[in-house]
Design a protein around this ligand. Sequence first.
Ligand code: NDP
Length: 254
Amino acid sequence: MLEGAYRIGLGLIVAMGLMAFATTIRAPNGYGRYLGDKLAGTIAARPGWLIFEAPQWMAFALTFWFTARAININTATLLLLGLWQAHYLYRGLGMPFRMRIGSKRLPIATIWFGLPFNALNGFVNGYAVGHAEHLASASWLGDPRFIAGLAIAGVGWVINVHSDNLLFRLRKPGETGYRVPYGGMFRFVSSANYLGEIMLWIGWAVMTWTAAGLIFALFTIANLGPRALSHHKWYRATFADYPPERRALIPFIL
Ligand code: NDP
């Protein structure tokens, strides 16, 4: 029965990814700089982020602990569980308190779309790690796919967190305006944090070698790719002195 739910979950995530791409390529999701002063249909951004991200770590941990095959509980899968939890506990419980979003709001529609997606994604990834045949032995830790994926994910995570930190520091406590970010991978692209996020999930897909990991990486590209293009256009329209050599998402290319 759970195998059926896993397959349906994968199908739903593909559908959500296509929907996210089709809508965000036309107009960016209306949170952050695209929300303006709108109050109707919104909630305070900080609790919004806390609610929004919680299903990712809850669903992964619960699915893994309650459904994983005994043979799939080994050093390799426990490391994967630990990495997922470390990332999402920071993203869900730490980052919302580090963001300088003061009085800013988050659209309730964003949360309504994000909650089922995050719950499903936590479930399918927890299920995949708990059931994949190739993850039934700790020898996966020595597999070149695991090592290469871990390296890509590690570099992506560092770029993502470092870039987010540079963005947070652009505001003094209480400020809500925008400045041009400099330093780190912002030398090359406008959405350095999204570049890191995409690398992180490509790395996860490679290191787990599961359909769930691959579909999440593709979803992240479909969701953040168009948003990175919107951010780039917005920076160019907003700041006359915006660095002309800077690309949107992929250094020297896009
Ligand atoms: P943004 O880059 O839009 O914003 C990140 C934070 O920095 C926000 O608090 C934002 O404030 C602030 N900020 C951004 N640009 C500036 C600037 N020029 N001057 C001052 N402050 C700025 O990222 P998101 O909010 O979309 O995402 C936050 C994190 O979540 C990122 O790490 C992202 O990768 C991740 N994420 C992952 C997704 C996935 O599909 N896996 C989906 C969405 C996000 P404000 O909110 O006021 O604009």
